[in-house]
Design a protein around this ligand. Structure first.
Ligand SMILES: *Cc1c(COP(=O)(O)O)cnc(C)c1O
Length: 359
């Protein structure tokens, strides 16, 4: 059996070494006679797995000690609600930047809990760029500013971290751990695991301690960050196996040389693919150069009638999940940490060959 090259946007490829480690541990973890899935989350073994995962993540991102790291459920989509519930803290509204589908969803959900001031939107431009920071209509009384550093569907990535006076909140679901990050610039960062961390079923929240404890009255206990923090993310049974697998990914990242090494590799992978697209009249990507995502590369073929053939031939060559999101069409190659440079090279070879035959 051979492993295909998987360009899925999420749930995405995991490092083969991590899967092999999980396979080795599956039936009998460290001679305990049971799998991680069958352990009490309160037992010393699972607590050690959980604590190690948190420490490795703290090491990778150099997370300052005044931040809590939470391992929660409900995916990034639940954070769209949980953020305003916890951070509006009696204020009338929060600021949001709209750069794509995921921003739109976060905005729609936040409106259920308070006022939303959309400080800038690229919707009229079909989400092809990040609006210039100088033009943002910021509210100095906002509870926080929310933005999406990498729009997974449109392939739009910020080339800057906004500097604002209110707490900065970021949906880092599709680009966390792709490069070093100065966590101290943020009030809160959240990321669903299934793109660049681990399997689905877990979402990581990194939150500055002073933002805890301001939950709106009447909200579910389970959604209070302060409760999760106080209980080390074990107020109820956490998704133990996803937590364990995420921990294996963190160890793998450390073994690769950490986030500096990933940043270099990710930049090289993306540059190669964009260069292939830009030097051809057959492939195209509409995103402003400065805002092209390193993680998700959407592209179209000159003739959309060839899309099905492209996908079919790619699949025959073990190049999987290249169809674009149903809302934008075309193709999308996701190049997360676990997607090797060899995978990108194979894709580029195929694209060149396909163009020669059909272009
Ligand atoms: C995938 C994704 C989401 C949604 O994640 P779920 O875990 O499925 O809720 C939200 N934001 C971004 C940027 C994403 O890429």
């Amino acid at each position: 059996m051979s492993r295909a090259f998987n360009f899925c946007a999420g749930p995405a490829a995991l490092p083969e070494a991590v899967l092999k480690q999980a396979q080795q541990d599956l039936v009998d973890w460290h001679g305990r006679g049971c799998s991680v899935m069958e352990m009490s989350h309160r037992g010393a073994d699972f607590v050690s797995i959980a604590e190690q995962a948190e420490q490795d993540l703290r090491d990778l991102l150099a997370i300052p000690s005044n931040y809590k790291v939470l391992f929660l459920q409900g995916g990034a989509s639940q954070q769209f609600a949980q953020v305003p519930m916890n951070l509006l803290a009696g204020k009338a509204s929060a600021d949001y930047v709209c750069t794509g589908v995921w921003s739109e969803k976060a905005i729609a959900e936040a409106k259920k809990f308070g006022g939303v001031n959309v400080v800038a939107t690229d919707v009229a431009n079909n989400f092809r760029a990040v609006p210039a920071f100088a033009d943002w209509q910021l509210d100095k009384n906002a509870a926080y500013l929310h933005y999406t550093p990498n729009e997974t569907i449109h392939g739009v990535e910020y080339d800057f971290i906004p500097q604002v006076d209110v707490p900065l909140v970021a949906d880092y679901s599709s680009s966390i751990l792709s490069e070093p990050l100065d966590v101290s610039k943020f009030g809160l960062i959240y990321a669903g695991a299934q793109k660049n961390i681990g399997p689905a079923g877990i979402v990581v929240v990194i939150v500055r301690e002073d933002l805890l404890g301001h939950m709106m009255p009447g909200m579910p206990t389970m959604l209070d960050y302060a409760v999760a923090a106080k209980n080390s993310s074990m107020y109820n049974t956490p998704p133990t196996y996803s937590w364990y697998l995420s921990g294996l990914v963190f160890q793998w990242l450390k073994a690769q040389g950490g986030l500096e090494a990933m940043a270099t590799l990710n930049a090289r992978k993306a540059a190669k693919l964009y260069s292939t697209i830009d030097t051809s009249d057959f492939y195209a990507n509409p995103v402003a150069i400065a805002n092209r995502s390193r993680m998700n590369v959407p592209f179209t073929l000159a003739d959309a009638n060839l899309d099905k053939t492209f996908l079919k031939e790619a699949e025959a060559l073990q190049l999987l999940n290249l169809a674009g999101h149903r809302s934008v069409g075309g193709m999308r190659a996701s190049l997360y940490n676990a997607v090797s440079e060899a995978a990108v090279d194979a894709l580029i070879d195929f694209m060149g060959d396909f163009e020669r035959r059909y272009g």
